[in-house]
Ligand binder design. Sequence first.
Ligand SMILES: Cc1cc2nc3c(=O)[nH]c(=O)nc-3n(C[C@H](O)[C@H](O)[C@H](O)COP(=O)(O)OP(=O)(O)OC[C@H]3O[C@@H](n4cnc5c(N)ncnc54)[C@H](O)[C@@H]3O)c2cc1C
Length: 459
Amino acid sequence: MLRVAVVGGGPSGSCAAEVLANAGIQTWLFERKLDNAKPCGGAIPLCMVEEFDLPESIIDRKVRNMKMISPSNREVDIHLPNSNEYIGMCRREVLDSFLRDRAASLGTQLINGLVQRIDTGKNRQGPYTIHYADYAGGGPTGELKSMEVDLIVGADGANSRVAKAMDAGDYNVAIAFQERIRLPKEEMAYYEDLAEMYVGTDVSPDFYAWVFPKYDHVAVGTGTMQKNQSLIKGLQQGIRERASKRLLKGEVIKVEAHPIPEHPRPRRVVGRMALVGDAAGYVTKSSGEGIYFAAKSGRMCAEEIVNACAGGTRIPSEADLKIYLKKWDKKYGPTYKVLEILQNVFYSNDAAREAFVEMCDDLDVQRLTFDSYLYKRVVTMNPWQQLKLTFRTLASVLRGQALAPSGYRPVASAVRTEEEVALMMAPPAATDTDTQTIHGLGQDAGATSAADRQPALSR
Ligand SMILES: Cc1cc2nc3c(=O)[nH]c(=O)nc-3n(C[C@H](O)[C@H](O)[C@H](O)COP(=O)(O)OP(=O)(O)OC[C@H]3O[C@@H](n4cnc5c(N)ncnc54)[C@H](O)[C@@H]3O)c2cc1C
């Protein structure tokens, strides 16, 4: 019987393991940290809920309103009119363990272990031996073990060891930084079903910043391409400042940062080793979306293994695995290209960002954007819509030049009067508590490593 090791228990690995185990293939899923909380905004498209049969309990918030905020503080409200449509907001520790447990319930053998080294044989054609530290015993360093397998799926994220072992080649990585900020219930009400997206040089020279709602906190973050990585803390400070008056009384409960691949690796299949998800480099430009593409690529790769293995009696070849790549590139290649062009055009300077936000005011643009995001389908426009969109783009770009700001002020929706702020922040009574909040945002943007409970930020 075919033996497959899936390295990495994020969405890509679990969705690959699920398909393999379901087909009766011997499958081991290696995850170094079973309670891993992958640094992530956690936004997923509606189609993922159905396609991957996710229960409602996975979704913290159903976002139907999106506020886009331009550099000159123009705000465009985008509303999803159909009550059954939404962007799902989830916590990755919840989503990932659900998918992993489901794969295990179908027969995947889940190993709580860190894969440290892989022997790949002559010309990387096998035999493949996985060397790992098994943490099942509970010790900090784990017990060193090894296992021989016929095939490896590399689902181990942006710092993939499988990619190194197979000499997949490097990719550029963007950096994303995020703080989870817990808000009192009454303040969370504002973010009930609302997410915010900010653009401007102050929050990112080439991407966007976000405030995404989770069940009792908001995820506030930003990202930037590899070449601007050194700016990341200042950019995080930028989004904190822009959203500051909505984050009064907030408490930073987690600070996290992680690389995001900017493009696919030069080689994604070598011998009988295949990369999926972030390890392969499947995050889209413009939106920075990777969860759906990770899950989908894991599934598609596993389906090709199942197709080629004759019920587990045959070991699929490199050529068999490359069919997955061919199908993947055909299905999603155009999406990646279009989003790359959009990022280059609309996130390049503040004038272009003004144009971008202004265009989002158009209902046709909104429908088009949401249809392609929520359902991952290519949307065709009628000639009149196309013409209108072309004129709007040109007009927006021209107007954008005039609107591009020289400085930043708080956006209208986030502004509270000084009196309101004073009232909110007044100590409850003579018995002041030592509750620490983030109403003074002048502090250092924090460390790049995750810290489960940051010292709260205060004046
Ligand atoms: C700050 C930030 C915000 C983001 N926001 C969004 C968003 O809102 N929506 C969206 O769609 N995408 C978002 N992304 C991208 C998304 O997080 C990734 O594309 C997605 O997690 C990729 O899934 P994956 O399974 O391929 O890899 P990962 O989720 O990285 O999972 C890899 C797993 O492998 C494990 N692992 C790694 N090495 C080993 C090893 N040697 N041995 C054993 N286990 C190992 C890790 O512990 C991890 O669990 C964001 C990314 C960042 C950094």
